[in-house]
Every structure is written in C-alpha cells, then in structure tokens.
Ligand binder design. Sequence first.
Ligand code: DGT
Ligand code: CA
Ligand code: CA
Ligand code: ZN
Length: 603
Amino acid sequence: MDNADVARIFDEIADLLEILDENPFRVRAYRNAARTVRVLGEPLASLAGEDGAALAKLPGIGKDLAGKILEILKTGDLELRRELTKKIPATLLEMMRVQGVGPKRARQFYQELGIRTLQELEDAARSGRLLKLRGMGPTLQSRILQGISAHRARASRYRLDEAERQVLPFVDYLRKAPGIEIIEVAGSFRRRCDTVGDADILVAAANGRPIADRFVAYPEVGRVLAQGTTRSSVLLQSGLQVDLRVVPRVSYGAALHYFTGSKAHNIAVRAMGVKRGLKINEYGVYKGARRMGGRTEEEVYRAVGLRFVPPELREDRGELEAARRGRLPDLVELRHIRGDLQMHTDATDGADSLEEMVRACRDRGYAYMAITDHTKTLRMAGGMEGAGFRRQGRAIEKLKERGPGLAVFKSAEVDILPDGRLDLDEQALGTLDIVMVAVHSKFDMTEEAMTERVLRALRHPNVRIFAHPTGRLLGRRDPYPIDMARIARAAADTGVLLEIDAQPERLDLDDVHTKMAKEAGARFVIDTDAHRVADLDIMRFGVDQARRGWLTADDVANTLDLAAFRRLIETPRRLPSAASIKGRPRAPRKRRLKRRGRTTRGS
Ligand code: DGT
Ligand code: CA
Ligand code: CA
Ligand code: ZN
C-alpha cells in the first residue's frame, strides 16, 4: 500500500458519497485528503508510526482520517468503502468518468434502470432506453454516447505526472544493472506530452542481456510481454506498459532521436535525409554503406542541416522549417519563473494558511506571488464575498509591513457567471491588485454562448488573467466548447493574459491552443493553482507545456522582474476594439493603436 493507493481509496469514497448524495463537506474532506496524500513527499507508512499522530497533523487530515489511513496501511482497504459499495456497486464509479454523467445521473441510471456498468449504459443509450428517464432527451442521450467513446479513448493513457511517478523509480532501479552507459526515457514522456500511452526506456550498453534480466525482475512488473537482448516490454501492475530498448553506444543518438518521436517528426526528418541521399534510422545516419553519424542527436540533425530541436517541439508543427531558418524559439525555462500567480489558502478550499503559502513562496526564491481564493458562487470550495477579500487584503497588508521579502499581490479567482458577469462586486474588484477570472460552472453551453460568456468577462476593465481557459480535467472532463481563436484574439487585443495552469490534470491551456494564441499575439502566465504548499512544486509541468506551445520567456508575464511585472499590472488595461467585441477580423492597425491609448482604469 503506497500513498497513491491510499489516495485512490479516498477518492473512491468521495465519489461513492457523492452518488449517495451525502453531505458535500464530507465529500470534500475525502477529496482534500486524497490530494494531500498524493503530493506528500514521503511514504505514509514511514510517517505513520504506531498511533498515526504525525498523520493527523498533515493538512486536511484530522484524527478521523489519520485513523482511516492507518486502517488502509494495515488492512489494504477500508471498512467504510466496503459498506458503501454494499449500497451501490463500485462499477458506477467508472460511469461517472463519462462526460455528462454526474453522481445524480449515475444514481438515477442504477436505481431506475438497474444500469451498473459502462457497457450497460452504452447499450441502454443505443436502444433509446435512457429516454424513459425524467430529464433525459435525445440530445443528452447522444452526448452520453459520445462521452463513453471519448472516455474509452483516454482511459488507456496516463497523465504525465502519474507516468513520471511510476517510471522514474523504475529507471533508478534499472540504473543498477551492469554495463549501463546511458539511460533515458524517450517517447511522449521526453516530449513532455500531457499524457503518455506507454513509457519508452532507452539504454546504451554493449550487452543487453543483464539489463533485460533486471528489467523484467522489477517488483512492480505485473506481466512480461517480451524479453530479449535488444528489446523487452512489460506491463506494470498499474497497467502502464514500459518498453525497453538497448543499443550500442555509437547508435545512441540515432536511437534516442527515433524513440523520442514523434512519429510525424521522425518521418519528416527522414524525408529530409532522403533528399540529401542519406538513410536515417534508429542505428545511425548512412550514405550508402558509409556511416555518417548517430552517436548523438545533434549529429542526426546536423546531417540534414538543422540545429538541435528541443524534444518538446518535435510534433511536426513547423519546427523543422523553423530549425532550417535558424528561427527556433528560445524556450522558456523553469529558472525564468519569478512568481506564482494562482494559489488558494485555507480561507477557501486550500489546505494551508496565507502565512504558510507566503513562507513557501519565499523559500522557493520567488520575487512575487498572488493569492487567488474563490468567490462566493463556488460554495463547495468555500468561496468568499467582498468582505472576505477585504479581510484577507488587510492580512496581506500586515505581511507587507513586516517585510516578507517578496511582493504578495491581492487577487481572486473570480467566477465567471453564466451570463458573463463577475461573481464579485465592483468595489471589492477595485481593491484587488490582480483580477483573475475563470469558468467553474454550467459547462454545458453551446460554443457560441460559452464564447460570449467569456468574452463579456474579458471586456471587464479590471480583468487581467483568464485562468484554465478550457476547463478540461485530463481523464475526467473534456474541455467545454469555446472558440479559442476568438478568445485568443480578444486576449491579444485587450492585454488579458491567458493562464497555463500547471496542475498536471489541467495543463490548460494545452500545447496546441498555446501556440495558436501566441501566434494571435496573446501573452501568458504560468502558475500552479496550488491548493497547498507542496503544489507549488508542480510549476515545472506548466513550463513543460508552455515549451510545447513554443513560448519564450518574453511570452510569459511572470518571468518579468518585480518592477516590470508591477508596471504591467499597474498600467491600465486596453479597451477591447470593436472587432474583438463583434468577433469580426481585427481592425486595421492604425485604429487599434489609437484605441489602445485610451485608459479604462476606474471607469
Ligand atoms: P505514446 O506512447 O502513445 O504516448 O506516444 P509515443 O510517441 O511515445 O509513441 P510510441 O511509444 O508508440 O513510440 C515511441 C517513438 O518511437 C515514437 O514517438 C516514434 C517512434 N516510432 C514508433 N513507431 C514508429 C514508426 O512506425 N515510424 C517511425 N518513424 N517512428 C516510430
Ligand atoms: Ca511511448
Ligand atoms: Ca512504446
Ligand atoms: Zn479554478
């Protein structure tokens, strides 16, 4: 039983309680506990001791939950979980992963139609049986069918952070095999894709046999799919497939290039080689029988007249053309990030206090940070009214007086209401240093309505940042429909910054939208949306996605030093041009510049 198992059981309990329509605060307690456990740096088992006293001190974990953790560590399961699954089958949980099926619907399907599994739900939807239910129409029924197939497609992939948690310890274990000269993870993992289908470990060694032997003997291996001196493959108990390739040192660069992919990038590079009379494969670069290189990736690119292409760009989205012209972007790096601009405290649904978050940001060497608790409509997350933000603002002022060593900006993650108004009164908005907005409810709008809803919010003159712009939750919720090209143009036009939310289950904006928005002229922030101190360390996942979206440090506002960042947020925002209001193409340049000159602050 490791931390991930405990977290999984807690999440399951939260889901079951939701289906049973139990107290939302109880549901949230289990969800928060799952998150705490998941991001904990050390094994619960070593922290627990005899009585679990240390566990009860963890954020969001009291005596009761500490006892539950002990029970799981001792018995591998929870009595409470077994009791709940007597009331409702655990197979309903998978149903809730389908878009359009929440806890209420899952309960309805089960109680009124006896549907227990995804397959039964699909059959019922196909045969039209769902239409018998109250509140169910043909549109919703076909949405559920779409949701089921989308769910099946993504269920076979792992989030990057989940893959990392499994693969990195495996690599550390494998490193001890005799004769390893280099070991690296290639594939989508190295390209830092948001999800990973399987992990591809590449090793340079003269003799593959002892490495394959150690590979298949890894304790987490559930099933061996193949074992050989150059190529082996296993399924871990978690279900993740891991492939191993062992190549001689001279071929390592060519093999790393090949197995990093993407396939489309490889094919394009190989085609460039063919034009020069070269053959490029995973063993090297050849002219006829003569070997031209392949010891390093640089040699492969040089053979076709290119500079080294960072793995994050290798998607055949224009990177070869850019490399050929020497125009590859100088990608943003983690060390460029000077502040974190989205985080929650225990004033709403965060686990740690304002003081703890501030101290943690100072420890991380940041020059500035913003506190962005939720607004009132998010009742489940303990959202605050104006008075709450004023109180928090005073607490932040006090910190400043004591000289905290970094700037703490007063901010809020203001909910965008269904009609596009903001969930905080004008007076309270005026007291904030930075206003961040986001959609958290009523996702089932048409694309047109959702786009208008967000555009209206972005036109509010105080708004600076649009957070997690598509609302997706990887493996759990598809993006809501929204015309991101229009949003990106409006963001470019008004100077509203688009967020790349670094939560590994969000990574929102994603790579493709980020690149598109950059080309439309938008600028960005990368932040963690931390709900506890430990979350502050996931910034790197946001940076990875920004790199996949071709962003340089200049594209990311929170790479600015404090003085420059302060100037940015203190300069009144631009008014939206008529073009971005109407959704027509952008106005001619001269008119746009004139509009930008007008100020809007305080109007
Ligand atoms: P994944 O595992 O679905 O997240 O994505 P990848 O990119 O890791 O794909 P995977 O594991 O099937 O293969 C690893 C790399 O090997 C892939 O990125 C490129 C290379 N590769 C695999 N199959 C082919 C192929 O048929 N042709 C070429 N040129 N390269 C291939
Ligand atoms: Ca792979
Ligand atoms: Ca593979
Ligand atoms: Zn949010």
